[in-house]
Design a protein around this ligand. Structure first.
Ligand code: AMP
Length: 190
């Protein structure tokens, strides 16, 4: 199993590049943001709790996120070459929980791929996405909060994965295909 964490700030292109990876490598895909939005749409208790945090640009508490992770991971069974984690982990406790959950199954994260995009560009992309997709958290005020949350709570994971020896930095600005080529180079070398 080649489990990959695709990492970056909101708007860094994680979703777009994940789609390309799924097509090329047949990986499973866990987007915790998509899981939560689906729960909101279905009106579940988890969705109800999540909505308050999402609309406020805050992270859902770690214990809640971690509690749903193993089930989603196990639902892929053994049919995939690996799983892409998109939007998870977002905090150090989540990274530790992911490591432990995978270790229990004899698995691990093979690579953490960071898409590095300057803040001005992120804001521009997210405002545009908000106009196109109507995502409730892609408005200027919430975007600002999400980028601050990324900086304070999520960016420290770069050092954490560097220490694990599996952090790969990719320039996330420029041609989509060049970025994807850089990602493939990392995956093919695993
Ligand atoms: P995303 O689609 O990945 O940008 O996630 C949208 C929102 O869902 C985030 O701003 C958080 O409120 C919530 N969320 C998604 N993944 C996580 C996670 N791993 N931990 C906490 N909150 C999350």
């Amino acid at each position: 199993m080649k489990n990959i964490v695709i990492f970056g700030a909101p708007g860094s292109g994680k979703g777009t590049q994940s789609e390309k990876m799924i097509r090329k490598y047949g990986f499973g895909h866990i987007s915790t943001g998509d899981v939560l939005r689906d729960q909101i749409k279905r009106g579940t208790k988890l969705g109800e709790t999540a909505k308050g945090y999402i609309d406020n640009g805050q992270l859902i508490p770690d214990d809640l996120m971690v509690s749903i992770l193993a089930d989603v991971y196990d639902s892929f069974g053994k049919d995939h070459e690996g799983v892409i984690f998109d939007g998870f982990p977002r905090t150090i406790p989540q990274a530790e929980a992911l490591k432990e959950m995978l270790a229990k199954r004899g698995h691990k994260v093979a690579a953490m791929i960071e898409l590095d995009v300057p803040k001005d560009e992120l804001t521009k992309r997210l405002i545009l996405r908000g106009k196109e997709s109507g995502r409730s958290d892609d408005n200027e005020e919430t975007i600002k909060k999400r980028l601050t949350v990324y900086h304070n709570q999520t960016a420290p994971l770069i050092d954490w994965y560097e220490k694990e020896g599996i952090h790969h930095h990719i320039k996330g600005l420029g041609e989509l295909d060049r970025i994807f080529g850089d990602i493939c180079a990392v995956i093919d070398a695993l």
